[in-house]
Design a protein around this ligand. Structure first.
Ligand SMILES: Nc1ncnc2c1ncn2[C@@H]1O[C@H](COP(=O)(O)OP(=O)(O)OP(=O)(O)O)[C@@H](O)[C@H]1O
Length: 568
């Protein structure tokens, strides 16, 4: 139950709408009972007395109750749905606020398709919390209490039978089916998550699966998941029908019992025959309101599970971060004994790194593949939190600044960058929505993409551009952002080396006072860097200027020697 407290709190934000939904729900319920009761009374009265004035009054009441029931039902739906959709909006926002600081860690914990399906599905499930779990039992309790009090005036036995019927249909049967559902632990949502994750992988990996002739196997796997998802859905549907049937059966038995007892007491002279039809109609009317309780067990269990699952995604405490603004202008970055280990890994990806990147300096990070270059860059960018040590900006710990404030100062270009479907213009304006065509064209020219028009279509993920063009477009986008620190992870790895060197030269010449940190595999052109740091197995093994490293004849010198032999 605790899991649902947060959802309940969000629901109760909409106190007014929830209260109105309950009030109109009770009015609608009572009006429908009153409608049947007065029609029962009308039939008896017409048969036994035939007093015209009474019949006219009751006929008018019938119309009034009919209209009242329809209007109240409409209002109930209006307010309950409005409260639900506002609650869902609040839920999405509050969930997203808790989720976003955890984003980097989430990628290594969940498969993307699974996470997406799980979040969407679980938030959708919670839309039933107010509509089918929270307020129907309250409305029913009030409708039954009102009805029982009314019947008490005519027949205590009928009132007792109605109370028993209420306990059975509103408490015992739903509790039994909720227990059954929990015990059997059907996993419709989990099946849907697994299916979605497999489908996402199938889609992304379609070409490779085809090339490696694994398509049939994967299709088979998908078909099995579809079948198990269908099976889970069938089971859930059946349970709902069973629960509905059980409630309907009990309601019918109670109505029959009321008819039998009413007939007996009328014959015994303890109940006026005029009221018999009315009491039977009341019981039929009041149990009609019970219909939503059939779906209660399924929705209760589903809401509970959805709340648990959503909570488990954001269970980890986000990092406590300050909200200071990074100062404008050239910035010095320092790493002090920085270490990072990926979740579920045994080995540190970077270990005990201490280095300064002075304001306005140009640093290259080199080292073999897997040595931790990208990881170090991600820690410096504050995308990954340093597990050991700390990162400092102008001597102040990165923990004092919010991630948004740090990222505002960064111009980041990675090996793979995302592009949205649209035009070159719309993709460039992500960096600076106020950039004009002249500025954007100038940025494109700096990366040798001047031949492209700003109106050129860009397909989803930039699929209609070559790898090198995508990288250059990412640099042009960063040029428009005007951050104080450039962090580049092999930004021209797919560009021919001549154009790559030209772009680097322009970047450095255009921004002499900006701090640059560049991860590079390419050892050419490093002479112009102020410092080079060499990583191996996550550790910093050498650093210095190009000349210093060549003179010391260490690891970097060895790499250069190999490069020259290969080129010779
Ligand atoms: N998301 C991840 N989860 C677990 N381990 C990871 C993850 N990303 C990287 N690693 C591991 O961390 C280590 C450092 O990886 P990193 O990407 O930083 O190396 P790199 O030097 O940038 O390599 P490359 O030059 O090939 O890009 C590697 O051993 C890698 O397998």
């Amino acid at each position: 139950m605790n899991e649902l407290v947060q959802v309940l709190k969000l629901t109760l934000h909409e106190k007014r709408d929830v209260a109105l939904a309950i009030i109109f729900g009770v009015l609608a319920g009572l009006a429908s009972v009153a409608l049947l009761a007065s029609s029962g009374y009308l039939i008896s009265k017409a048969a036994l007395t035939g007093q015209l004035t009474v019949l006219i009054v009751i006929g008018a009441c019938l119309k009034l109750f009919g209209l009242g029931s329809a209007v109240s039902r409409y209002s109930e739906r209006l307010f309950s749905h409005r409260a639900t959709f506002t609650m869902l909006g609040n839920l999405r926002v509050s969930f997203f606020e808790r989720l976003s600081p955890l984003a980097p860690e989430l990628y290594s914990k969940y498969r993307s398709g699974d996470l997406l399906a799980r979040i969407i599905g679980d938030v959708e499930s919670l839309q039933n919390f107010l509509l089918r779990v929270f307020y129907p039992p309250i409305v029913l309790l009030l409708v039954f209490t009102g009805t029982i009090l009314f019947t008490l005036y005519f027949s205590i036995y009928t009132a007792i039978l109605l109370a028993v019927g209420y306990l059975l249909t509103a408490v015992v049967v739903p509790a039994y089916f909720a227990w059954r559902k929990r015990r059997r632990n059907w996993r419709t949502r989990e099946s849907r998550g697994a299916l979605s994750a497999e489908a996402a992988e199938f889609l992304y990996g379609f070409r490779d699966l085809k090339v490696y002739r694994q398509l049939a196997g994967k299709e088979q796997q998908l078909a099995e998941l579809v079948e198990s998802y269908n099976e889970e859905q069938r089971n859930e549907g059946k349970e709902e029908v069973y629960s509905q049937s059980a409630n309907g059966f009990i309601a019918l038995l109670i109505s029959l019992a009321i008819l039998a007892s009413g007939a007996y007491f009328t014959a015994a002279g303890e109940l006026e025959g005029l009221y018999l039809a009315m009491l039977v109609m009341i019981s039929l009317g009041v149990f009609e309101n019970m219909a939503p309780m059939a779906a209660f067990p399924a929705h209760f269990e589903e809401s509970r599970k959805a709340a648990v699952r959503l909570d488990s995604v954001v269970a980890e405490k986000p990092r406590e971060k300050g909200s200071d603004e990074l100062p404008e202008g050239p910035l010095t970055i320092s790493a002090k004994n920085v270490g990072y280990m990926f979740p579920n890994e045994q080995r540190l990806a970077v270990e005990d790194i201490t280095i300064d990147f002075p304001a306005g300096s140009k640093t290259a990070i080199v080292g073999p593949s897997g040595s931790g270059k990208s990881t170090l860059l991600a820690v410096l960018m504050d995308i990954l939190p340093a597990r050991d040590g700390q990162v400092l900006f102008n001597g102040v710990s990165a923990e004092e600044f919010s991630q948004e404030n740090i990222w505002r100062s960064l111009n980041v270009v990675l090996q793979e960058n995302h592009f949205f479907q649209g035009t070159l213009r719309s993709n460039l304006q992500i960096a600076d929505p106020s950039a004009n065509d002249k500025q954007m064209t100038a940025a494109l020219e700096r990366v040798e993409l001047g031949r492209f028009s700003l109106a050129m279509e860009v397909e989803e993920k930039g699929q209609n551009l070559s790898g090198g063009e995508r990288q250059r477009l990412a640099i042009a986008r960063a040029l428009l952002k005007k951050g104080d620190i450039w962090m580049l992870d092999e930004p021209v790895s797919s560009v021919d080396s001549e154009t790559g060197q030209l772009i680097y030269e322009r970047l450095f010449d255009d921004h002499p006072d900006k701090t640059f940190i560049v991860v590079s595999h390419d050892l050419t052109g490093l002479e112009k860097m102020d410092q080079i740091i060499v990583l191996e197995n996550g550790r910093l093994i050498e650093n210095g200027s190009y000349d210093e490293l060549m003179r010391s004849k260490g690891y970097f010198y060895g790499l250069k020697e190999i490069e020259q032999q290969v080129m010779a």
